[in-house]
Write a protein that binds this ligand. Structure first.
Ligand code: NAP
Length: 484
């Protein structure tokens, strides 16, 4: 049995930046896959828009090529690809100029859901918003999808929010964070709020600490120009890790509805304590195995930008007082491994004595490379020799447990784009959330700049700087190993 596919309304989705990297690698393959599962109804259009002068046929070949490269197995079926391309159009539009808007208006249908995906550099967002309004392309229920980075700091994020608000209501703006579209991230909410088992224990009384890791093996080559101005704190912590922290720490919303969920996430960000300098470690990868160092990758021998950051966060409220959240993310680490681990406290008293050993329950939510949830529970080690305790996983790996039901389920971009078409903002960030996250992040970055802080070098394909381990050891804890 395949998962239930919910039909969507007919739509026109214009992808500004339709010839760019993100469109080719993520947006178009996501749309193609939803097409294969019947979620691009007849009459729907996917319109690529960029400055390049391409005919629709040229663009369809570009789309077909991108699908062959990034669209997985289904995209090797050329009939399916051709059928999808029948929905594809292209219009040359300069978001900053006057050309192309009338042609764009001509290809759009008046009575269908209309969405514009801003897959262009952030410097173009406000021109684009203005251009759409000026040329009469926006109706009350038209949606825009805005990619990261959403601002560079609080001031720029506020300015961007103000600019977009001149042309769109908040209910029309979908700020995308693809981490929130992952199946497991939503499962995290299902596990927390759909079971009686976990929620009573989900607090400082029973949870020792929480770790959130997003580790990558890749460096920043090819994105050096952008990354050097951003760093791990802006590129990953302010958005992705912060969002994950919010979902773990938030109070149960009254309903699974956009503003109810986003109100609770916002309260978490506002409850975050400011981070002490000795609770943060920054790092920069060095050269190894024929790979260049960070400084070589960004072509700046004196770069002070971090490619790794580890920090200890405290959420100042009743639920979490005394239970730290440790966040860690970095490039060129030993494994591609994203996971959240909730480490429960020791039992208050061991009836088995010290020789039996003691283990903690851990709930681990894996996001990458495979998605799944594992609960480690303590049992008796089988066999004679008395009571010895071991931890074994109660594995909720989706691939094994759900088998064919997973067929037809969507990846993050597929789900989020379909949510845009459905008009569901639950998994998108609201203006105040983004601003609150910057308000927390800015003083950390400003502190580094004021102190002239230089990130610690760390070995490529290792676990990050030793200081990150020292920070944990000071608290009598250790990082979970990165899964190879
Ligand atoms: P990219 O490869 O440089 O593509 C940029 C696209 O925008 C091209 O199609 C370009 O085509 C078009 N464009 C540029 N200026 C334009 C204008 N004035 N009017 C109309 N179209 C214009 O960039 P990208 O990597 O796809 O990234 C797009 C956005 O997504 C950025 O905001 C980026 O930060 C964000 N993002 C990207 C990734 C990723 O993995 N690539 C991940 C997360 C977020 P023409 O030059 O022909 O106009």
């Amino acid at each position: 049995m395949v998962s239930r596919i919910i039909p969507v309304e007919t739509f026109d989705l214009v992808v500004f930046g339709g010839t760019g990297d993100l469109a080719k690698r993520k947006i178009l393959p996501a749309l193609f896959k939803r097409f294969c599962f019947g979620q691009v109804p007849d009459g729907s259009k996917v319109v690529g828009a960029a400055r390049g002068e391409l005919s629709t046929l040229d663009y369809r070949s570009l789309v077909a090529q991108a699908l062959r490269e990034y669209g997985g197995e289904m995209a090797q079926d050329s009939e399916k690809v051709s059928a999808f391309c029948e929905h594809v159009d292209y219009v040359a539009v300069d978001a900053r100029g006057e050309s192309g808007w009338t042609e764009l208006a001509d290809v759009l249908s008046p009575d269908v859901v209309r969405a514009f995906y801003f897959s262009v550099g952030p410097g173009v967002y406000s021109d684009l918003a203005q251009g759409l309004q000026r040329h009469g392309l926006v109706a009350d229920d038209t949606r825009i999808v805005v990619e990261k980075p959403f601002g560079h700091d609080l001031e720029t994020a506020q300015a961007l929010n103000r600019e977009l608000a001149q042309f769109f209501n908040e209910s029309q703006i979908y700020r995308i964070d693809h981490y929130l579209g992952k199946e497991t991230v939503q499962n995290l909410m299902a596990v927390r709020f759909g079971n009686m088992l976990f929620e009573p224990l989900w607090n400082a009384q029973y949870i020792d600490h929480i770790q959130i890791t997003v580790a990558e093996t890749v460096g920043v080559a090819g994105r050096g120009g952008y990354y050097e101005k951003s760093g791990a704190m802006r590129d990953m912590v302010q958005n992705h890790l912060m969002q994950l922290l919010c979902l773990i720490a938030m109070e149960p919303p009254a309903q699974f509805e956009p503003d109810a969920v986003r109100d609770e996430k916002l309260k978490v960000i506002r409850a975050l304590d400011s981070v002490q300098p000795h609770h943060i470690v920054r790092g920069q990868y060095t050269a190894a195995d024929g790979e260049m160092s960070y400084r070589e990758d960004v072509d700046n021998p004196r770069s002070k930008t971090e490619s790794f950051v580890a920090l200890k966060c405290l959420v100042n409220n009743w639920r979490w007082a005394g239970t730290p959240f440790y966040l860690r993310t970095g490039k060129r680490l030993s494994a591609r491994d994203s996971e959240i681990t909730v480490v429960f406290k020791d039992t208050p008293h061991s009836i088995f004595g010290p020789e039996a050993g003691q283990h903690r329950n851990e709930l681990s939510i894996q996001l990458q490379p495979n998605e799944g949830i594992t609960l480690n529970v303590t049992i008796k080690e089988p066999g004679p020799g008395g009571m010895r305790l071991i931890n074994v996983p109660l594995d909720m790996s989706f691939a094994e447990a759900l088998g064919p039901k997973l067929e037809g389920t969507s990846d993050a971009y597929e789900r989020l784009i379909m949510d845009v078409i459905r008009g569901n903002q639950t998994l998108f960030m609201r203006d105040d959330e983004v601003e609150a996250a910057w308000a927390w992040t800015d003083p950390i970055i400003q502190g580094w700049e004021a102190r002239g802080d230089v990130p610690k070098p760390y070995d490529a394909f290792g676990n990050g700087p030793d200081d990150a381990d020292v920070m944990m050891r000071r608290d009598g804890r250790e990082w979970r190993g990165l899964d190879k």
